[in-house]
Design a protein around this ligand. Structure first.
Ligand SMILES: [Zn+2]
Length: 262
């Protein structure tokens, strides 16, 4: 049975592709090769699954090289700067991968990215920190261009810093993201938070971060058939009637959001 992935229907406009090429010239030159190697690598893991053999032939050598070249392009285009962490670099790659997919490129490539960045997160972290150390001198103290209006628009956030915990998983208050408990692991190291790995469902959602800090996750407080939750915009505590799904409007900043309470 063919699976559909939660990000599968996202499409960008042709105008955005032109913009991408204009504001990220080095990155856009490397994206086709990066996508090609991920497609090959994905075939190799798919084969491994089909035969149920964990020692199947891995053909992801080209991928590692493509990551290295793309990292350098990210420094040259100013979306990575000296001192950026492996986690930040993975998140930029995630955003680039999702955007490039939205221009009509292969889903298979994204599935390999999901496998690599979420399911094999510790390996991805060590690969990125090795390559970052070798490449960051290229930035030469240059200022990040991530806040440049064109780049900020192209790589607009697909998740927020306001998450809620329910009995079955985690949700984003401001974006349509729901991740079940089987797809995350609560961890204390290196920082308290949830590692998002999608190991249970294999339903990689490239809109989701690979790590969610513990203090960004709120468990709704329930008292006397009322629920108390924090506004994702201004942190005001908001009280409402208790339902499984609630729609709140913050009395202070008027932000409206939907979330589950259990
Ligand atoms: Zn508010």
């Amino acid at each position: 049975m063919a699976q559909t992935y939660p990000f599968e229907h996202i499409r960008a406009s042709p105008h955005e592709l032109e913009l991408f090429k204009k504001v990220l010239p080095n990155v856009s030159k490397e994206m086709p090769e990066y996508f090609r190697t991920m497609e090959v690598a994905n075939k190799s893991i798919a084969q491994k699954n089909m035969f149920g053999n964990p020692l199947g032939i891995r053909q992801d050598l080209g991928f590692e090289n493509a990551v290295k070249v793309l990292l350098i392009a990210c420094f040259n285009d100013g979306i990575l700067t000296q001192g950026d962490t492996a986690l930040q670099a993975i998140d930029i790659f995630r955003a680039l991968t999702l955007k490039w997919y939205a221009f009509g490129n292969k889903l298979d490539s994204c599935l390999y990215f999901g496998y690599f960045a979420y399911s094999c997160h510790p390996n991805a972290l060590s690969l990125f920190s090795d390559h970052l150390k070798q490449s960051e001198f290229l930035a030469g103290g240059a200022k990040s261009r991530l806040n440049h209006p064109d780049i900020a628009q192209l790589l607009a956030p697909t998740y927020s810093n306001a998450w809620f915990k329910t009995t079955t998983g985690l949700g984003d208050k401001l974006h349509p993201l729901l991740i079940s408990d089987g797809d995350v692991t609560k961890t204390g190291l290196p920082r308290p938070g949830y590692l998002v790995h999608f190991r249970s469902s294999r339903q990689f959602d490239l809109r989701a971060p690979t790590f969610i800090e513990m203090d960004l996750v709120e468990t709704p407080v329930i008292r006397d058939a009322k629920v108390i939750v924090t506004c994702p915009q201004c942190s005001q505590k908001c009280r409402g009637n208790l339902f499984k799904q609630i729609e709140m409007t913050c009395p202070t900043c008027k932000t409206t959001w939907k979330q589950f309470t259990s």
